[in-house]
Write a protein that binds this ligand. Sequence first.
Ligand code: SAH
Length: 347
Amino acid sequence: MEKKNKKLLLDLNFKQLQGLCLSLGQQKFRAEQIYSWLLLGADYEAMSNLPKSFLQQLEQSYLTQSVFLKTHQIAKDGTTKYLFELKCGGTVESVFLPNKYGNTVCISSQVGCKFDCKFCASALNGFSRNCSNGEILGQVIAVNRHKGGNVDKRAFCNIVLMGSGEPLDNYDNVLNFLHSILDSKGLNFSNRNISLSTCGLVDKIKKLADQNLGITLSISLHATTDESRQVIMPVAKAYSIKDILEAAKYYFDKTGRRVAFEYIMIKDLNTSHHDAVRLSQMTKQLSCHVNLINLNSVNERNLKGVDSEHAKRFCQKLLDLGVSATIRRTQGQDIDGACGQLRNKFV
Ligand code: SAH
């Protein structure tokens, strides 16, 4: 069977993998063996503790790998950007971000993006499709393997769904992915170390809150009035800031987790005194933190960031107004691996 017509073992959760083993006449414990190999990113050839005939049977219909490393680039600061090909030919990018307090991997949830935010590169080549849960998990496994990690000693402790795509627009697959990485039989990540970033799909935020997974929710806010938000984020025509704040409050009430607001600082657009005051009024109503990010430039988009003095002043103003705010350090800019610079192209 051709590669593209085969299914992905990583799309199966542990229970489903057990079911597959039973249906092929094997005992349940084989699922555990296979799963631990899959989490290492191993191929069939490496699975030395499983019967050859069983592996041959599996190989006819299933792939062990869901993403295939095409190339990678390492920035001066050690940030590493990966380009992965998917079995049907599309590509996604992931980024490894080293940090002395714990490394992070940033992964993609869709091939391209539908939302076309005016500061971001991810939608520049349009939207192709959702990643399956196995394709999202595969990025985590492949980066971990590339950086010399294994299941017990992972190369990173944080996972952020902040690569290309809108995770909540691919809700079911993302949720399956989250279950699989939180699973004690799987990579067993802590919910505290997982962040999902959304452009603000209100209904889905509430749906996620009801799951009570306890992961960190980041909301891309980027403006303090609906009018200015609509200029840079087309999705703002569908959801008002008021609705977003209400959804954020709902998330906090349900999960007890403080919500993070992402706020890109864009020259002449969203960092006035009035913006600071409005931001403080909004965020007073709930337990949250504001992550300020200076805009990373994207060639095709003609927006600019602010100078670092202005950024510091804006942050200080927020602090003076009682907002919990910090400026996020940018990593990997020299390889277009920073926030918003991921695009679906060959590096
Ligand atoms: N669709 C999701 C996740 C992808 S973007 C979302 O909208 O949140 C992940 C983060 O990168 C978001 O906060 C996004 O607003 C930010 N980002 C996008 N483009 C950027 C740019 N050019 N500079 C800095 N941050 C950017």
